[in-house]
Design a protein around this ligand. Structure first.
Ligand SMILES: *Cc1c(COP(=O)(O)O)cnc(C)c1O
Length: 378
């Protein structure tokens, strides 16, 4: 029987029988070089840019959690993203959502257009628009659900059927839900990408990225080559620490889900809040789709305060507990005025605060929110 995520995150797929006195935890193997076999031919670990035991263990763990067959670990989420786009050819066309991780848009516009990729953004939440935007040279559809920062929900299964029919690859950036809340390969995605810097790492102290595919995915083989030759690989120490972090992932994510749901409900009833974006709320446009493809609704939410940028900034700077900081997925709650940190081309509303809800006690978070929001009233 297939193990549950709470078990897999601790034991991986480790069916290997260890011997008495073997260490319970794999040691960190920092060596960059490994001894040859006598004939110098047999492949195995030879050189750490190509393969390393800590990285192999991390990759098999993440693949298992996503219900995939293979995984390539990278030194950051952006390195993983870059490898996916570099695996395409000049002249290929890609479709991205209007509302996506800002770095991905900037990377495509500043670098991949020069490489010869054609890029268009569409409203990914509307399957008909997506289908109509596919051209003869479209090779890849990219989606993020919930999206950043508006928490839009895209139906992965519907888009994956369109992608199959049109012979395109479907890539899902699954950073926000983590494999505990959504497993896109089960809904037909070809590749899953992660910034493991976020929930997988979970403690705001490791950068990392990953790409996961089912077994026998040809595009993945190209990506594996880019990983080894491009060399944007995580260090053995970062792999070791990431494996350690992932052991508590399912329990952390459950706590993030619960706290975010409670805060979303609190905010929805607050007089100075204009709108809350959280897929767990019945009022959220994508709630029904989210219920079908998400196990929990995640730790990320956004809300608009009444007023403009100044009013939103006043709120984020008034908290005692919630830290004004970027990024997400840590055990500590953070928030930011998103428009101020996004550069050119941002479509984020000016009065929007994006919050990464941590796993502190919910009463303390609500007390802090109450206090900070009251500052906006004056
Ligand atoms: C952070 C993030 C990335 C980029 O990952 P890095 O690890 O910062 O390079 C990509 N996509 C999403 C959704 C993210 O939140």
């Amino acid at each position: 029987m297939k193990r549950k995520p709470e078990t897999t995150s601790i034991h991986g797929l480790n069916h290997e029988k260890l011997k008495p006195e073997d260490p319970l935890i794999s040691p960190e193997i920092r060596s960059t070089v490994f001894r040859h076999h006598p004939d110098h031919k047999k492949r195995g670990d030879q050189y750490t840019r190509n393969e390393n035991p800590n990285r192999a263990e991390l990759e098999s763990l993440i693949a298992a959690l996503e219900n995939g067959g293979q995984c390539a670990a990278f030194s950051s989420g952006m390195a993983a993203t870059a490898a996916i786009f570099q695996s395409l050819n000049p002249g290929d066309h890609v479709l991205i959502p209007e509302d996506l991780y800002h770095g991905t848009r900037v990377y495509l516009n500043q670098f991949m257009k020069r490489w010869g990729l054609e890029v268009d953004s569409v409203d990914m939440t509307h399957p008909k628009t997506v289908e109509e935007s596919i051209k003869s040279n479209t090779k890849l559809l990219w989606l993020e659900t919930p999206s950043n920062p508006l928490l839009l929900i895209t139906d992965i299964e519907t888009i994956s059927k369109i992608a199959k029919r049109k012979n395109c690859l479907l890539v899902v950036d699954n950073t926000w839900p983590s494999p505990i809340n959504t497993r896109p390969l089960e809904f037909g995605a070809d590749l899953v990408m992660h910034s493991s810097t976020k929930y997988l790492g979970g403690h705001s102290d490791i950068l990392g990225g990953a790409i996961i595919a089912k077994e026998g995915n040809e595009q993945f083989e190209k990506i594996r080559q880019i990983q080894k030759m491009g060399g944007a690989v995580p260090s053995p120490s970062d792999c070791w620490l990431m494996i350690r972090s992932i052991k508590t992932l399912p329990h952390r994510v459950k706590a993030h889900n619960e706290n975010a749901m409670a805060l979303a409900e609190f905010l929805e009833n607050h007089s100075i809040v204009e709108k809350v974006f959280y897929p767990g709320l019945e009022s959220h446009e994508g709630h029904q789709t989210a219920k079908r493809q998400m196990i929990g609704f995640g730790g990320m939410l956004s809300f608009q305060v009444k007023g403009g940028a100044d009013d939103a900034l006043k709120v984020v700077n008034a908290s005692q507990l919630i830290i004004p900081a970027t990024s997400l997925g840590g055990v500590e709650s953070t928030w930011e005025h998103r428009r101020s940190v996004e550069s050119e081309g941002s479509i984020t509303p000016n009065n929007l605060i994006r919050m990464s809800v941590g796993i502190e006690h919910v009463d303390d978070l609500i007390a802090d929110l109450t206090e900070a929001l009251s500052k906006n009233l004056s």
